[in-house]
Design a binder for this molecule. Structure first.
Ligand SMILES: Cc1ncc(COP(=O)(O)O)c(C=O)c1O
Length: 307
């Protein structure tokens, strides 16, 4: 059971989870999945403060997801940012995962949703390494899923939209059932997209490659950070379509995401990746990423909100 923080922010007010954390069974988004959410991490700095990683970009994506759904969240970037800061501060949290959520609330249960109220929440909990400490250090094993990333004809892949995660949940559950740590999802054409909750990178012949946003990936904020850091460190980074054989023949593979951070992949579909251990490029980028999020490397102060 999740150990959530005692206080959450809901519709402008910080309240106790025991009251405000309950939602009605009549919540429209619960039935039909038209809601938007974010996942944001805060890291404890050496000075004991919370450093929220790329808060603005996460909240911009939340508002974009709402825009894609035609939902007016009713709070702007500044108000949502204050809400996240309040949740950390009022819970006394420095190291935490923040989960903003925008739901269409109780009202009509027909599909027409424009008259339903909009509920906006920010909750928090402590979340260790999403793919396990062992996975972050030693790498994870992935299985290609039969569940494809939703196609843009029936979904909004650039949005972090609640109902769009059904295929991802199925993919993740199948991967775990089959003894793997994570699923790799293809697009409907068969190109490799991403993990069930992470973006994917490969390293091949000295270049760092990742599928483009047009490959129906979620445009990850960690992905963007890693592209920036890799280029700063002198790597050629290309965003291009990747096939399964590109990934099988890669020298290194790693996943990026707010929850999974930078996690090496050492095996895919029973095939060893590279030497079957964490590659040098992956571990260099991972080290730099962790130094930045914890504030030890000060080269990107614009990525931090200090609380
Ligand atoms: C499907 C999917 N892809 C990629 C990511 C990585 O995105 P980010 O780095 O912004 O957390 C996530 C997590 O939000 C995700 O759910």
């Amino acid at each position: 059971m999740l150990e959530y923080a005692q206080k959450l922010w809901k519709n402008g007010i910080v309240s106790d989870f025991s009251d405000a954390g309950k939602v009605s069974v009549l919540v429209h988004s619960l039935h039909y999945g038209a809601g938007a959410f974010e996942g944001i991490r805060a890291y404890r700095s050496e000075a004991g403060r919370a450093l929220v990683f790329r808060l603005r970009e996460h909240l911009e994506r939340l508002l974009q997801s709402c825009h894609l759904l035609g939902i007016d969240a009713g709070y702007d970037l500044g108000a949502l940012s204050d809400a996240c800061v309040a949740v950390l501060r009022d819970n006394g949290l420095t190291e935490a995962y923040l989960r903003p959520l925008v739901l269409l609330g109780a009202g009509s249960l027909g599909l027409y949703s424009k008259e339903n109220p909009v509920d906006v929440m920010v909750m928090a909990w402590a979340w260790g390494a999403y793919l396990g400490e062992h996975g972050v250090r030693g790498g994870v094993r992935c299985k290609t899923s039969a569940w494809a990333r939703p196609d843009p004809t029936g979904a909004l892949p650039r949005g972090k939209i609640t109902g769009q995660y059904v295929a991802n949940v199925l993919a993740k559950n199948d991967a775990i059932r089959d003894g793997y740590d994570e699923a790799l999802m293809l697009d409907t054409r068969g190109y490799v997209c991403e993990g069930s909750g992470e973006n994917l990178f490969i390293v091949k012949s000295g270049r760092v490659l990742t599928p483009p946003v047009s490959a129906t990936i979620l445009p990850g904020i960690t992905r963007d950070a890693i592209i920036t850091l890799a280029r700063e460190d002198g790597w050629v980074v290309e965003e291009r379509l990747l096939t399964r054989d590109d990934v099988y023949l890669a020298d290194e593979v790693f996943l990026t995401g707010t929850a999974a951070e930078v996690t090496p992949v050492i095996e895919i579909d029973g095939r060893r990746v590279g030497g079957g251990t964490v590659g040098q490029t992956t571990s260099d980028l991972q080290r730099r990423f962790f130094a930045i999020v914890r504030g030890h490397d000060q080269s990107h102060p614009e990525w931090h909100t200090e609380v």
